[in-house]
Design a protein around this ligand. Structure first.
Ligand code: NAD
Ligand code: AKB
Length: 339
């Protein structure tokens, strides 16, 4: 990665506000979601507010996203919307975050497919035509019940049985196809469950690991929708944002894989996150009422992924473990929910 850019990304996550001299022009599609609502401001800090366009189906955007830089309405299932924005703003990099998450997609598989794959194909075609780099996240949902569950390798069996997983595997293959066939600079990570405190998650299987912190602060108790012993990979949002930006700045000659890298920060089961909260809130209580759909999906996903390829090829390294994340989540939410 260009040394100056790596330094700038480091400074942003160290709390300093620097503008990069890079000429990148970025379009974030799905900017209002759990990731986009934090990735857009993070990109604006590094690349300059005017160089990052926030787009979503939900429009007009609200709050900081709308006020802090250019924005437009895009329905990513309509290729023309994307092409118009790319032309209008002279975009060279697209972050495609439009998707329907695992549990929500199971309730409406056609919608899951149309957004997951429709949006991606449109982004790929527009990227091919206008020479854009393209980031589209994959997920631990790209694995299935017959994938090795512990230390899940980078290259392994991928036979998911959810529509979400089917779109993620298809998306990985399509993205590699566009790279190899047309030279489109496609890059991706398989995100684990992301834990954050700005925007609530949008209907996934790992959502409980965010909801538990809100419930701890608001009510001092939580009813967990997954059974004890359900391990999944997780990550705190600051690591996810930094990883995304570092991958997109990584030296392409070092990338053996592209779509998509295993990355993880921690693996825990519900009792462990509850215990981490109890360290700071000793009276916190948790009981269980499991949700059949989410439990089935969670059981088919890895317990913990091997992210050594991301570490070797572009220097991936998480900074937050369960305790550091819990301390920060509780501190931030105490202030936010007191308002
Ligand atoms: P989200 O559901 O919170 O946000 C998705 C955003 O896309 C929403 O703002 C929604 O309005 C927008 N959108 C939906 N349909 C659209 C369309 N047709 N056109 C334009 N915008 C549209 O999702 P997220 O959690 O921010 O996830 C972003 C990406 O990261 C997805 O690909 C998801 O699969 C992946 N991912 C997320 C997680 C996680 O834990 N959040 C984990 C693994 C992978
Ligand atoms: C979900 O649970 O659907 C997402 C994911 C891990 O892809 N959070």
């Amino acid at each position: 990665m260009e040394i100056k850019k790596r330094f700038n990304i480091f400074c942003i996550f160290a709390g300093q506000n620097l503008n990069s001299s890079s000429m990148k022009k970025i379009l974030v599609i799905g900017a209002c979601g759990q990731i986009g609502s934090e990735l857009t401001p993070a990109l604006r800090k590094v690349y300059g507010t005017d160089n990052v366009v926030a787009a979503d189906l939900m429009y007009p955007l609200k709050g900081d996203l709308a006020d802090s830089g250019p924005s437009c309405k895009i329905d990513a299932t309509n290729a023309q919307d994307i092409a118009d924005a790319v032309k209008k703003y002279n975009i060279d990099s697209i972050f495609n975050l439009a998707a329907i998450l695992s549990a929500k997609a199971e309730a409406n598989p056609m919608l899951g497919w149309n957004v997951g794959i429709g949006a991606l194909l449109n982004c790929l075609e527009v990227s091919r035509e206008f020479h854009c780099a393209l980031f589209t996240p994959s997920s631990i949902g790209a694995f299935g019940a017959n994938t090795p569950h512990d230390k899940t390798p980078q290259d392994t069996i991928q036979r998911p049985q959810t529509i979400y997983g089917v779109t993620k595997v298809t998306g990985e293959l399509l993205s590699d196809y566009y790279y190899k066939r047309f030279g489109v600079d496609t890059r991706s990570v398989r995100f684990p469950g992301l834990i954050s405190n700005v925007t609530l998650p949008g209907g996934g299987t790992t959502d409980y690991a965010v909801e538990i912190y809100y419930a701890a602060i608001k009510e001092g108790k939580f009813t967990c929708p997954l059974k004890p012993g359900t391990y999944m990979d997780m990550m705190y949002m600051p690591d996810a944002l930094r990883g995304t930006m570092e991958l997109m700045e990584a030296d392409p000659s070092k990338l053996i894989h592209r779509n998509s890298f295993n990355i993880t920060a921690m693996s825990f089961e519900p009792e462990q996150i509850a215990a981490a909260i109890r360290k700071y809130m000793p009276d916190f209580k948790m009981d269980y009422k499991f949700d059949e759909l989410r439990q089935g999906i969670a059981d088919s996903w890895p317990n913990s992924m091997d992210d050594s390829c991301a570490r070797a090829e572009w220097g991936w390294k998480p900074e937050y473990d369960l305790d550091a994340m819990t301390r920060d989540m509780l501190e931030v939410l105490k202030v936010k929910l007191a308002k």
